[in-house]
Design a protein around this ligand. Structure first.
Ligand SMILES: C[S@@+](CC[C@H](N)C(=O)[O-])C[C@H]1O[C@@H](n2cnc3c(N)ncnc32)[C@H](O)[C@@H]1O
Length: 254
């Protein structure tokens, strides 16, 4: 059973608005939150200043002021009983949590991605990142024995702030079933899409960056016998939509 995927190159919120209400089984995402700029400005994320995989030195930031419209659309797009995971730093956690709750989500806890080795930082060296665990309605986790600390080393394949596929695979296994639809509206290099497709889920995602879309498409094509199909783009000439793949409908897997 091969999973299918669809990618778009456009703004996260406008793309989410284009999805039918209650059509998504699981949403995992990692926005370009604005405190990343603060870390860059004080030089604690120098490795993020240039991406080998990208013609851009850095990606555009998604301002915290846009969180209310973003969370409202995430809530609308998710099915009645579904989970939502938001990767962020501890600073953004305090901003994002109340806004997501105001959109209707139940906040359970921050999960911790333990990178296993220290990184940059002048105020205790950074070793972890938060993954905020939200719920719409009620959905039981697949395995109640999984701990709230997920260990995986950082990955350095070139895209800035790329996340390990193994971390997302834990979330995919916990909060979706084979054939269900996993969505990421800030997909970057596509790590969450890879985790979904590798585990027999369908995937739909967007990113504002052309390089991100190119990298994700390449990674997913390598995984899937069926090519993806672009459903929306701000620069249609840069994409050649594949015609062999059907449009994803909810939970469909070929
Ligand atoms: C932290 S990165 C995601 C990294 C990804 N999780 C990975 O593993 O590679 C955030 C992404 O958000 C994208 N982005 C910034 N503003 C956006 C917007 N308004 N809509 C969609 N994507 C946006 C950036 O281009 C960047 O690729």
């Amino acid at each position: 059973m091969a999973a299918v995927f669809e990618l778009a190159q456009t703004d996260a919120v406008s793309w989410l608005r284009s999805l039918p209400a209650a059509s998504v089984d699981l949403l995992i995402t990692d926005p370009a939150y604005e405190s990343l700029e603060k870390h860059r400005a004080v030089g604690t994320t120098t490795r993020l200043k240039h991406s080998k995989a990208s013609s851009n030195d850095w990606f555009s930031i998604f301002p915290n002021a846009r969180f209310p419209e973003f969370f409202a659309e995430v809530y609308r797009a998710l099915k009645k009983n579904a989970h939502f995971y938001l990767f962020c730093d501890p600073e953004t956690m305090f901003v994002a949590k109340p806004i997501a709750e105001a959109s209707g989500f139940k906040f359970w806890k921050p999960l911790i991605w333990d990178k296993k080795r220290i990184g940059m930082g002048y105020h205790y060296r950074a070793r972890y990142e938060c993954i905020l665990f939200f719920e719409k309605g009620k959905r039981r986790l697949a395995n109640l024995g999984v701990p709230d600390i997920i260990e995986a080393p950082r990955v350095h394949n070139g895209y800035p702030t790329e996340k390990p596929v193994e971390v997302a695979e834990v979330l995919v296994a916990q909060s979706s079933l084979p054939g269900e639809l996993v969505v990421d509206p800030f997909m970057g290099s596509g790590a969450f899409g890879v985790a979904a497709v590798r585990n027999g889920r369908s995937f739909a995602g967007t990113d504002i960056s052309k390089d991100a879309c190119r990298i994700t498409k390449q990674r997913l094509l390598e995984l899937s016998a069926q090519p993806g199909r672009l459903i929306a783009t701000d620069s249609p000439e840069s994409w050649a939509p594949e015609r062999r793949v059907r449009k994803i409908t909810r939970g469909e897997a070929a």
